[in-house]
Design a protein around this ligand. Sequence first.
Ligand SMILES: [Zn+2]
Length: 705
Amino acid sequence: MSGLRELRRTGLGWNSIIWQFGKKIDGLQITGGRPATPRQHTEKQRCPSVRMPRHHPSIFRHSDQAHCETDMTSAAETVQLPERPKGPNPSEGKEAKTKEKPPKNNNKGAAKPPKNSNDDATTDDPDAMFKLGFLADVYAERPLSEKIPKIRTRFPPEPNGFLHIGHSKAIAVNFGFARYHGGECILRFDDTNPEGEEEIYYRGIEDIINWLGFKPVRVTNASDNFERLYELALELIRRDAAYVCHCTKAEMKAQRGEADGERGKARYACVHRSRPIEESLREFKAMREGKYKTGEASLRMKMNLEDPNPQMWDIVAWRILDVDEKPHYRTGGQWKILPTYDFAHPLCDSIEEITHSLCTVEFENSRASYEWLCDKLDVYKPMQREYGRLNITGTVLSKRKIVELVKRGYVRGWEDPRLYTLIALRRRGVPPGAILSFVNNLGVTKANAIVQVTKFEQIVRQYLETTVPRLMVVLEPLKVIIDDLPDGYEEMVEVPFSKDPSFGTHRVPFSKVVYIERSDFREQDAPDYFRLAPGKTVGLLKVPFPITATSFEKDPQTGEVTCVHAKYEKPEDGSSTPLKKAKTYIHWVGESAAHNSPIKAEVRAFNPLFKSDDPNAHPDGFLADINPDSEQIYPNAYIETGFREVSKSAPWPKESGGESSTEISPYSIRFQGMRVAYFAVDQDSTPEKVVLNRIVTLKDTRGKT
Ligand SMILES: [Zn+2]
């Protein structure tokens, strides 16, 4: 009878699943009860993946922090880039335009998440973003041909932090574009900035990409190419397109037209720009050999100081790294000089023969230096195109801020379900397919998409609606004794797992003692109240006959109702017509020692971590915007016995991202608690107690309660 049972895995009982919880989740060594808290990070570290261009003076100044801040946390910060250089800027017009544009929604009239949903706010074509619009145009510019026999893209995160929801777009774009066109995508760790690079991030990034359902054709590192990049740098010098410069940072700034805090002044060449090629070759080799300390020398590209694009103002190609202080994660002390992102990125793309180099719009200016470098060296030139970022409001995504939240104990760790890192969303129970559906529904354009978390939750809810089974969960149990049922009475009641009959049904014990939601009972009846109250009749979902409350008991000390007595409205003549009719049906869990019912659980219901949509805008800092009620714990919740079947037959949904694997992870045990919310099992679960996370509510109740 049970559809779920057919899907059950052999040899993996509930206990063994639960037992795994404390051990290892997808290689991330997260221990039950104690969240993985990464080692302390400094402000200098940058968010993973999407780099801010180095050319931009404001970015230059605020450096890493600015990158993180602009990363995903605030719409205004992201789009504005307030301190632009004074000179004309090739992309200024375009960016200004995107600024005004509202986030584009390609959802009108489109369909829905998997199966039968009748909500028309989303598209159910997971490839929609590649068929029309920006990415279709990008493909049309450079389609498959004799010269381009295979589409190859890359996703280039920095291995210095966990990916967050904003990165899901970059992953979906790069991996999805390649997959859609029958090509391949490389995961390339951009390890040109050793600060903050750690093993845990390498593994974490690869793991989350797999979880989202993508497989890199291979995993590479920028550092794999250091020797080749060094050779190319020598070649660039030989071609009179690079020189070793000994100017200080301040001097370089001045040469680039910035002095006394003002920009847009006259730009000029430094004395080293015209030094003989042979001298630069010699000095560059000396740099590699360790002749200079950090800041004493760098290799600069000889570009065009007249160009309006700051990215063409003799940017740095190689700099000296203090390997004694911070050895490179992969190359250790082997390289005393390191290429910059501006030098390494285009050439790694070229070496790996990337056909379409897709990045976010802040790199629009960088396209000029990207192409300049490939042209100067006469190497294969990928096509760089830029799309808008995904920004989400109502949360913070910068590494520095998340570290602060962890350190101060506001959250359990990087994977606390209230955060929007991808590992946090995974732990909360958000299915990977829902994240991809979210990205797909926003569409891909050149405009930055600024999205509210409620929109995200709406898509998650729609996704879950038709894809996960339903169970009865009572958050705050109130005991109901049905007095006229004999002691030890037990009847197995058949309950469907879903409105969709293909999910099958299961049987739960109905007995003399059942538990209902405390909020489904009132001491005082009222005409507009339809649930249980003295004298009132209510149906218990799928139980043959309704019950009527006859009396209740109270704790004399607290005044709390401790127990409700009720009568079973079963006619004695054996007819199927109840003695009294119920106006409404409520969920319940029966008590049965024989069936180990109910199953005890702790339920964690999450509310927004911040009170406002823009925590960064709080005059006293983002911490002052913390919502004190961001987590509501129900320590004594009860789940019905169907939970065991749902656990064994996980993952739910059946096909979502990379979850159709053989190992059941707690977060993939998802279900709808009827009349309550969507839940997933948390890794803190133990054999004694299940811990559930609320993924999303059944409806968007934000601001209504
Ligand atoms: Zn110089």
